[in-house]
Design a protein around this ligand. Structure first.
Ligand code: NAD
Length: 505
C-alpha cells in the first residue's frame, strides 16, 4: 500500500490569529504511517486524525496493515511485509492498539517492532489532572524512560536440566548509553529538574552495575541536570507511594515495563497516557491502553491517549508549536468538564462525550489554553540522538572457566568426581547451586537442584592456548562421565574480573 493522503480539515477550524507558524510548516509535509489497530483502534484513530487535520498538522498519512487483519489473513507475524517497507521508508508510525489473537503473543509483536526497528527508548509521560480526573496524587507529573531492547527481553531462554531453566539478561554499554543520553537530553530540553536512575546493582553488579556506571559517566556531561540513583525495589515503592517526588526516571527494560504501568495506574489517568518508542531510524507513537474489545464500536472510547501520542509525534517531527496547540486544547477540554465515560464523574464533569463529540470539543478549543492546569511545553526542535562513544577494547586475559553440570548428586560427591577427572591445567575452586556456594564449606540447609556451576581456575593464567585448555578440560570431564551442559569462560578486562563471585564466597 503506497497511498499517501494529505490531512485536510473538514472546515476552517482555527480561529483567526491563532494559527501557529513554524518554518517546517511552510516546507513539505511530514509523511507518516498509520495503523488503525483493533477493537477501539479505528474509532480513536479517526478522532485523532480529525483533530490533527483541524490543527493543520502538516502530515501525509499512509495506512499500513498489522494486527488482527494480518493474523486473520494468515500472516503469522501479525505484520504485513509491505508494512515494514513503509515504516522503514517514512520512519514514523502512529499506531492504534492491537488485540492479542489466541495462541500468539501481542507482546511479541510489540517487541518485534521495537527490536527490528531499533526503538531503543520507550518514553511514557504520566500526569495527574486533578480535580478534573480523580487521582490519589494530584501533583504527579513524571516521565518514565525505559530501555526498550535488551535485558531479559532478549528472550534467550533454555531448559538446561530436569530442574532448571534459565533466561539470559543481556545489557550492553551501547544500549545503556544511548537510552541514558536520550534521558539526559529529554530532561534538559524539557526543563525537567531531576533524573533518577533505578537499577538492582546491589545484586546484579555486572549487568545493572554497567547501566548505573554509564549513568554516572554520562551525568558528568550534564551538570545542569540533578541526578540520583535508587535501588529499584525502594525506588518503585516510592514511585507508587509518592510519585510527586519524581521527575524523569531512566531504567532498564524489565523494571521500566513494570514501573511505567504502576505509575500510570496510580495517576488515575491510565486511559489517557501516551507512549513513544524512539529509535535512530524510526519512531512509533501509541496510547498505553489496549484495544478494549468490551467497548469497541460503541463510540465510548476515550481517544486522549492516542491524541497525546500524536502530539508527541508532532514534537518529534519538529512541530512543537502544533503539538502545543493540540495539547492545550485538549487540556482545556478536560478543564471544561467534557469527559468520556471512563473518566466522567458527576462532581467535576459537565458533559458526557462520545469518542466523536470529544474530538469535536477539542477541535472547538484549538487556539485556547488551559486556565488552571499547567499548559503544555514542547521543544521547537527534534531531540538530538547521539551515537554511543567508541571505546578502545579492554585488555582481556583468560583466568578460568565455569562449567555447568547436570547431575543428581551431592556437592562432595561431585567435587570428588571433578577433581578426579585429571584436568591438570585447572584447579577446581568452588561449586555453586543456584548461585550459592555449596563446595567447599557448604551448608546442609541449602537446597540443591540438579544444576551445578563448577568454577575451574587456570593454574597459569594468561596462556595463549586457553581454548585448547578448555577443550581439554571438557574432554576430561566427558571421559569421567560428567554431563557438562555449558561453559562460561572467565576473563579479566583491564585487570577487573569480568564475572561475579558466588553468593557466600
Ligand atoms: P485494555 O486496555 O484494552 O482494557 C482495559 C479496560 O480499560 C477495559 O475495561 C477497557 O474498556 C478500558 N479502556 C481501555 N482503553 C480505553 C479507552 N481508550 N477509553 C475507555 N476505556 C478504555 O486492556 P485489556 O482488556 O487487558 O486488553 C485488550 C486487548 O488489548 C488484549 O488483546 C491485549 O493484549 C491488547 N493490548 C494491546 C496493547 C497495545 O497494542 N499496545 C496494549 C495493551 C493491551
Amino acid at each position: 500500500m503506497t497511498v499517501l493522503t494529505a490531512l485536510k480539515p473538514a472546515s476552517a477550524t482555527l480561529p483567526a490569529g491563532n494559527e501557529r507558524t513554524s518554518a517546517s510548516r511552510r516546507a513539505a509535509p511530514h509523511r507518516i504511517c498509520i495503523a488503525q489497530g483493533d477493537g477501539i483502534g479505528p474509532e480513536i484513530m479517526e478522532a485523532t486524525l480529525r483533530v490533527l487535520a483541524a490543527a493543520r498538522a502538516p502530515l501525509e498519512v499512509r495506512p499500513v496493515q498489522m494486527g488482527l487483519s494480518c493474523w486473520n489473513a494468515g500472516v503469522t507475524s501479525g505484520i504485513d511485509a509491505s508494512t515494514w517497507d513503509s515504516i522503514r521508508e517514512l520512519g514514523v508510525l502512529l499506531k492504534g492498539p492491537l488485540s492479542t489473537p489466541q495462541g500468539a503473543g501481542m507482546k511479541s509483536l510489540n517487541v518485534t517492532l521495537r527490536k527490528r526497528l531499533g526503538l531503543f527508548a520507550n518514553v511514557r509521560p504520566v500526569r495527574a489532572y486533578m480535580p478534573y480526573v480523580h487521582s490519589h496524587h494530584p501533583g504527579m507529573d513524571l516521565v518514565v524512560i525505559r530501555e526498550n531492547e535488551e535485558d531479559l527481553y532478549a528472550g534467550i531462554e533454555h531448559r538446561q536440566t530436569d530442574d532448571v531453566v534459565q533466561c539470559l539478561k543481556l545489557v550492553s554499554r551501547q544500549g545503556s548509553e544511548r537510552v541514558i543520553r536520550y534521558a539526559f537530553e529529554y530532561a534538559r530540553t524539557r526543563k525537567r529538574q531531576r533524573l533518577t536512575c533505578m537499577t538492582k546493582d546491589n545484586i546484579m553488579k555486572l549487568t545493572d552495575g554497567l547501566f548505573h556506571r554509564v549513568f554516572d559517566e554520562v551525568a558528568r556531561e550534564y551538570p545542569d541536570v540533578e541526578t540520583e540513583h535508587l535501588i529499584v525495589d525502594i525506588g518503585m515503592a516510592r514511585a507508587a507511594a509518592e510519585p510527586d517526588r519524581f521527575d524523569v526516571i531512566v531504567t532498564p527494560n524489565l523494571y521500566g515495563d513494570i514501573l511505567s504501568d504502576v505509575v500510570a495506574e496510580v495517576s488515575g489517568s491510565v486511559g489517557m497516557a501516551p507512549s513513544a518508542n524512539i529509535g535512530r531510524h524510526a519512531a512509533v507513537f501509541e496510547a498505553i491502553h489496549g484495544s478494549a474489545p468490551d467497548i469497541a464500536g460503541r463510540n465510548l472510547a476515550n481517544p486522549s491517549g492516542l491524541l497525546l501520542a500524536a502530539a508527541k509525534m508532532l514534537a518529534h517531527l519538529g512541530e512543537g508549536d502544533i503539538a502545543e496547540l493540540i495539547h492545550d486544547a485538549w487540556l482545556r477540554t478536560i478543564e471544561d468538564g467534557v469527559h468520556t465515560a471512563d473518566v466522567y464523574q458527576s462532581a467535576t464533569s459537565v458533559r458526557r462525550a462520545g469518542t466523536d463529540t470529544f474530538a469535536d470539543a477539542v477541535i472547538e478549543r484549538l487556539g485556547e489554553r488551559p486556565r488552571a492546569l499547567r499548559p503544555s511545553a514542547y521543544p521547537r526542535h527534534r531531540l538530538a540522538l547521539f551515537d554511543p562513544v567508541e571505546r578502545a577494547p579492554a585488555r582481556k586475559c583468560p583466568v578460568g572457566v565455569d562449567v555447568f553440570v547436570h547431575a543428581r548428586t551431592t556437592p562432595e560427591q561431585l567435587a570428588g568426581r571433578l577433581c578426579g577427572a585429571g584436568a591438570r591445567e585447572f584447579r577446581l575452586q568452588m561449586i555453586t547451586n543456584r548461585g550459592v556456594q555449596v563446595w567447599p564449606a557448604g551448608l546442609p540447609e541449602t537446597l540443591c537442584t540438579d544444576h551445578w556451576r563448577c568454577r575451574f581456575v587456570l593454574q597459569n593464567p594468561g596462556n595463549r592456548k586457553f581454548h585448547d585448555q578448555v577443550l581439554g578440560l571438557l574432554h576430561a570431564l566427558s571421559q569421567a562421565g560428567i554431563e557438562w551442559i555449558k561453559t562460561e569462560q572467565l576473563y579479566t578486562f583491564d585487570e577487573e574480573p569480568g564475572y561475579s563471585l558466588a553468593q557466600g564466597q
